[in-house]
Design a protein around this ligand. Structure first.
Ligand SMILES: [Zn+2]
Length: 128
């Protein structure tokens, strides 16, 4: 559960960073003055990336997003709060002209999701 805490250099985050960097894209980390403090910010591509833990951000239909059976009310309020915040941050970022990309922790077992992420971030008209 600790792995869901924001602002840490978590293993999934490092994996995404390494892949994106190897693909030749340059980024900044945890930009504080952007809503939700995105994990990666790619200014040239006008894109931000969030690496979301499936439990904390309640990945739809994911086995890792199952609600704990004890303290149910607490968890429900907490996780729904997280989800509402994610939605608000996305809307704010989009209003500021950013394209928002989310990659889920459970997708990181294969490189396909990372390759898809890079392809959707990369703008063909932008020099790296
Ligand atoms: Zn998931």
């Amino acid at each position: 559960m600790i792995s869901g805490i924001r602002g840490k250099d978590t293993a999934p985050e490092l994996r995404v960073r390494r892949f994106v960097h190897r693909a030749g894209l340059r980024f900044r980390l945890h930009v504080r003055d952007l809503p939700g403090r995105p994990d990666l910010v790619l200014p040239k591509h006008r894109s931000v990336v969030f690496v979301h833990g499936c439990f904390w951000h309640q990945h739809d239909g994911c086995v890792k997003a199952v609600m704990p059976s004890s303290n149910r009310e607490f968890w429900q309020a907490k996780l729904e709060g997280n989800r509402a915040r994610d939605i608000r941050h996305r809307a704010e970022l989009e209003r500021l002209g950013w394209t928002v990309h989310v990659i889920w922790e459970c997708e990181l077992n294969t490189e396909a999701a990372l390759a898809t992420l890079v392809a959707s971030v990369r703008r063909p008209d932008v020099d790296q």
